[in-house]
Design a protein around this ligand. Structure first.
Ligand SMILES: [Mg+2]
Length: 201
């Protein structure tokens, strides 16, 4: 496979959970546990609640996510892809709807920490959550990068919509190879391994 779309990209932004890591988050189960309405994104559902109802749910969400972060495993090909991109002189960043502490826990558990400078780890604690493009703008500003040479790699519709809103290229990774959001993606791969192979061709 040739990937002219990706060859000149030098700013690589990665979703964390389910993209750099093996997917384990069952968002429907989390919504159930937090007694949130089905089908609505969790952070937005929490933001719509009055503070006395939202606060304990935020605490519970943080605890659930923390436990998952401690068990995180790197996705196949993640370390190799990041190493390859670093070798090409690319900037690397994370943009997640998870919180700051869980980025650190996840990077520690997966052994991927060395690839991301602290300033390039963007969580819901320092930017409006995806699909708002705020986090992309922060990273591009920090890197002095150009949108035309930036890419966001993710496994969820949020990631693809974020890339579109920010005017950057989206790479959709779906290990299930079902690609339900394919119409929103610029290019898709079954894994980070096949993405890396495409870059090396
Ligand atoms: Mg994800």
């Amino acid at each position: 496979m040739t990937t002219p779309l990706l060859q000149d990209k030098n700013c690589w932004i990665f979703d964390m959970d389910g993209t750099l890591t093996l997917a384990v988050h069952d968002f429907d189960a989390i919504r159930n546990e937090l007694e949130l309405p089905a089908g609505r994104p969790i952070l937005e559902a929490l933001a719509a609640l009055p503070e006395p109802e939202a606060a304990p749910r935020h605490q519970r969400l943080n605890a659930i996510e923390r436990e998952l972060a401690q068990q995180a495993q790197a996705a196949p090909g993640a370390a190799e892809l990041l190493q390859h991109l670093s070798g090409r002189g690319c900037r690397l960043g994370i943009l997640t709807r998870n919180n700051r502490q869980n980025i650190e826990v996840t990077l520690e558990a997966t052994g991927l920490a060395r690839h991301f400078r602290p300033e390039t780890r963007i969580s819901r604690d320092c930017a409006r959550p995806k699909p708002h493009p705020d986090g992309v703008y922060r990273l591009l500003t920090y890197w002095q990068g150009m949108p035309a040479r930036a890419v966001l790699v993710g496994d969820h519709l949020h990631d693809l919509l974020t890339a579109k809103a920010a005017g950057i290229t989206s790479v959709y990774v779906d290990p299930q190879e079902a690609y339900p959001f394919q119409d929103q993606a610029d290019i898709h791969f079954a894994s980070l391994t096949t993405l890396l192979q495409a870059l090396q061709d």
